[in-house]
Design a binder for this molecule. Structure first.
Ligand code: SAH
Length: 217
């Protein structure tokens, strides 16, 4: 399939923003973002902006997806847990860089739509779960990497417990979306270091699950 000029423009933008990992850039280039946004936003699919995906949720900005992915230090032998599947775009990008991607979403309708996309794109190494991601995924732990794609006042302890030794966790941390920063945590035995990175605006982590609702977008 020929690469669309709009994707090439996006890749150039990502490079300008400091995304240097070639595998990450290649993964973004190969995942058709237009399949993850509502049809009314097709023409903006390769702009570097967040877009609505229904249920008041958003698909993240490509530079943020790429940056978080790069900071996770992708490793094809590793398994990664994502909290907040949303439309599935971040999971799709991760699926090209990790052995297995476990992804949890609290809205059942969003998860179902994401699953259909994974099947269509034959991304067979993504395992989706309809659940409250605040609990992590005890049955599948430990994870080499964990990524939260919804903002949280603080990362639940249980997620650190489910992180492998030498694991990496990245999350948008802050009480309000106006006051959020990506924080990169690295586990080293019993010690966990934290490094603040970019200011970001993610929708909040909310507890509990939501069964089928009518999508508002
Ligand atoms: N990763 C997505 C962006 C997700 S937006 C992408 O690639 O575009 C954040 C998502 O987190 C929303 O879909 C929201 O419903 C979900 N979410 C919020 N709280 C959650 C929780 N406790 N458990 C699981 N998912 C949650």
């Amino acid at each position: 399939m020929p690469v669309k000029p709009t994707i090439i423009r996006l890749i150039m933008k990502l490079r300008q923003k400091g995304i240097t990992d070639r595998n990450v850039l290649a993964a973004i280039e190969r995942i058709p973002r237009e399949l993850f946004v509502p049809t009314s936003f097709y023409d903006q699919a390769y702009e570097d902006i967040a877009l609505p995906i229904g249920n008041g949720q958003t698909i993240s900005q490509p530079t943020v997806v790429a940056f978080m992915t790069q900071k996770l230090e992708p490793d094809i032998k590793s398994k990664v847990l994502e909290i907040g599947t949303g439309c599935g775009y971040q999971a799709a990008v991760l699926s090209r860089l990790f052995r297995r991607v476990y992804t949890i979403e609290r809205y059942r309708n969003l998860l179902r739509a994401a699953e259909k996309r994974f099947i269509k794109l034959r991304l067979n190494n993504i395992i989706p779960l309809w659940a409250d991601g605040n609990q992590g995924w005890p049955d599948q732990a430990p994870f080499d990497r964990i990524i939260l794609t919804a903002g949280t006042p603080s990362v639940p302890n249980v997620l650190f417990e489910q992180l492998s030794e030498n694991g990496i966790l990245i999350a948008p941390v802050g009480y309000t979306s106006a006051n959020q920063k990506l924080v990169l945590y690295k586990k080293n035995g019993q010690n966990i270091s934290a490094e603040k990175l970019w200011a970001v605006r993610f929708v909040p982590v909310v507890s509990g699950t939501v069964s089928d609702t009518v999508s508002s977008n």
